[in-house]
Design a protein around this ligand. Structure first.
Ligand code: ADE
Ligand code: ZN
Length: 326
């Protein structure tokens, strides 16, 4: 069996997926039409042609603009279910998905519309596709601590639907320390904690995510490799890293997939998982991330198997649920 076929057949969990980043241009057009929202593109091809990014901020500007077509509960349900259908085709059996409530509440879309729509999509995914999932409320780090607290307050009626909180958006200039108190409050509410760290930001931000936020899982983590003591600590703690190869390529975190740090991360004993981040914008869902990385750096079947196993182990499922699935 080819490695590609082996990858396709492996059961996987996806732990780093922004649901707004799974908005395919076709659905963007459909929702724009349905909701009477103008978008600055006249075809699906024109949208795809605009997805040429030099860095994270370039991408974020387009990604937040794309989210403008999402207005109703049904839009969010359709968005979520479309992702789960695509993920199920990649044999993703469990997904823990980020959503950015502030992207929507700041446009006047009520928190409940977003949350209830996504939860409806997740419920359908379980019933119709057998894919289980969890929802992670992600704070936008370019906004203030006060706005993050206000978002956590809006989330209160829905808390039992969330498995954790995250921290995303523009990293440089917005260190984890800015959100230390919000993360402590989220922990008090019983939520798991994760944060994007070391995608573009320096190793010092990774240290802050560990020491000040006390995260349970790290999103990206690439630049940890610049700090030997940090690598040793992440190995000792068996911190799960949710690495996203095609995202790293499209956002110029790496120049070429051949330069991707995953082989070195695995060699050092880091608990690495592979994920798609914003697949509609970066050109591939989870299997494509495995395949293209494997082709570029020469991953073995054992390494691929290890990362798929890590994805279940690093999930926020209970130990009993994990034991039944790893
Ligand atoms: N929001 C969506 N994708 C992101 C990424 N890769 N980094 C930071 N914020 C994001
Ligand atoms: Zn991300």
């Amino acid at each position: 069996m080819s490695l590609d076929a082996y990858i396709a057949g492996l059961p996987k969990a996806e732990l780093h997926l922004h649901i707004e980043g799974s908005l395919e241009p076709e659905l963007m057009f459909e929702l724009a039409q349905r909701n009477g929202v103008a978008i600055p593109f006249d075809s699906v091809e024109a949208v795809r042609a605009a997805y040429d990014f030099s860095n994270l901020q370039d991408f974020l500007d387009i990604y937040y603009a794309g989210a403008n077509v999402l207005l109703t509960r049904r839009d969010f349900e359709d968005l979520a279910f479309a992702y789960f259908r695509r993920a199920a085709a990649d044999n993703v059996r469990h997904a823990e998905i980020f959503f950015d409530p502030q992207t929507h509440t700041d446009r006047g879309v009520p928190f409940g519309v977003v949350a209830e729509g996504l939860i409806a999509g997740m419920d359908r995914a379980k019933a119709e596709l057998g894919v289980t999932s969890g929802l992670i409320l992600s704070f936008l780090r370019h906004l203030s601590e006060a706005e993050a607290f206000a978002t956590l307050e809006m989330a209160r009626p829905y808390l039992h639907h969330f498995v954790g909180v995250g921290l995303d958006s523009s990293e440089v200039g917005h260190p984890p320390s800015k959100f230390q108190r919000v993360f402590a409050a989220a922990r008090e509410l019983g939520l798991k904690l994760c944060a994007h760290a070391g995608e573009e930001g320096p190793p010092a931000y990774v240290h802050e995510a560990l020491d000040l936020l006390h995260i349970d899982r790290m999103d990206h983590g690439n630049r940890s490799m610049e700090d030997e003591a940090l690598v040793e600590r992440l190995v000792a703690e068996q911190m799960t890293l949710t690495v996203c190869p095609l995202s790293n390529l499209k956002l110029c975190v790496v120049k070429d997939l051949k330069d991707h740090p995953v082989p070195e991360m695995l060699r050092r004993g880091l608990h690495v998982t592979l994920n798609s981040d914003d697949p509609a914008y970066f050109g591939g869902y989870v299997n494509e991330n495995y395949r293209q990385l494997a082709a570029a750096v020469g991953l073995t079947r054992e390494q691929v198997t290890q990362m798929a196993r890590n994805s279940f182990e690093g999930s926020f499922m209970s130990e009993a649920e994990k034991a039944a699935r790893v």
